[in-house]
Design a protein around this ligand. Structure first.
Ligand code: HEC
Ligand code: HEC
Length: 230
């Protein structure tokens, strides 16, 4: 009996060593084989385009150059249903995105892409009103240049497409329910359609707006009352 055990032990030890060394090789490969963001982006190209600049009509948003953490959070929100979006829910429920490593690899890939320099903009009316509203209500978090917050929780909104922004601004109170004072939601709730147009238009032009609006002369936008005026 003892002899049998010794034989077994002699066979088992090298066998286990072999199995163990294989496991290490596989683990090491897994560790170096980072999920490939570009590959993960392939199913998104049909709507967001290969450069991630969104659709040419501006309905589907630009993703290129967006904050990594914000992108990851949105994919997770669409997946959980916390953010409603039929197309995005269908894409994000794929099992690939149950792995947070894949989500962050994809978000990292997108955030490193060059942003669309020519977003779809609005009619260009009342940009000064848009600027006033933006400066008072939004710049504190999104930055005067619309680049978003340093800690990456606040998204970049500069040079996003006007049609997408206009739609988002319609829901801005809902969008910000966890982040802002109710005061902002109230102001936005009372904002009229042309004011929302002006705000979204101004944001879509941010980065270029300094050249667009020289700060001295008054433009026609004064015809509309800003939300903070008495
Ligand atoms: C069938 C078209 C379609 C496909 C495919 C698609 N998207 Fe989208 N995506 C949309 C639309 C439409 C919106 C805007 C939803 C809204 O209005 O809230 C959107 C919004 C987003 C947003 C939110 C952007 C923001 O600024 O908040 C992210 C992030 C996103 N998509 C990532 C992806 C990724 C990653 C993939 C691929 C895995 C993908 N999308 C595939 C249509 C699509
Ligand atoms: C207190 C800080 C704060 C203020 C003030 C604020 N935002 Fe935001 N905003 C955020 C945060 C944080 C998010 C991301 C929410 C999330 O993670 O879902 C966001 C998201 C957005 C988005 C969605 C971006 C996208 O790509 O879909 C838009 C558009 C937006 N804000 C516009 C505005 C506008 C316009 C104003 C002014 C009227 C404003 N925000 C004021 C913090 C703020």
């Amino acid at each position: 009996m003892r002899a049998m055990q010794n034989v077994y032990r002699r066979i088992r030890t090298p066998f286990l060593q072999l199995v163990f060394s294989f496991a290490v090789v596989i683990a090491a490969q897994a560790a170096t084989e980072m999920p490939d963001g570009k590959r993960l982006y392939a199913p998104c190209v049909v709507c967001h385009q290969p450069n991630a600049w969104g659709s040419s009509d501006g309905i589907i948003p630009n993703l290129a150059g967006q904050k990594e953490r914000y992108l990851a959070k949105q994919i997770e929100s669409f997946r959980s249903g916390a953010r409603v979006g039929t197309a995005m829910r269908l894409v994000s429920i794929h099992s690939t995105f149950s792995d947070p490593q894949n989500v962050s690899a994809l978000a990292g890939y997108l955030s490193a892409l060059d942003i669309n320099p020519k977003p779809v903009t609005g009619a260009g009316e009342h940009l000064r009103l848009g600027q006033e509203m933006y400066t008072h209500l939004c710049a504190g978090c999104h930055g005067f240049d619309g680049q978003g917050g340093a800690e990456a929780r606040v998204p970049r909104i500069a040079e996003q497409h006007y049609p997408y922004l206009r739609r988002q601004i319609e829901d801005v109170a809902l969008l910000h329910r966890n982040v802002t004072a109710t005061e902002m939601a109230t102001v936005l709730g009372n904002m009229r359609a042309p004011e929302k147009d002006a705000l979204a238009d101004y944001v879509s032009r941010l980065d270029k707006s300094e050249a667009l609006l020289d700060l001295n002369p008054r433009d026609g936008g004064k015809k509309l009352r800003g939300p903070s005026s008495p």
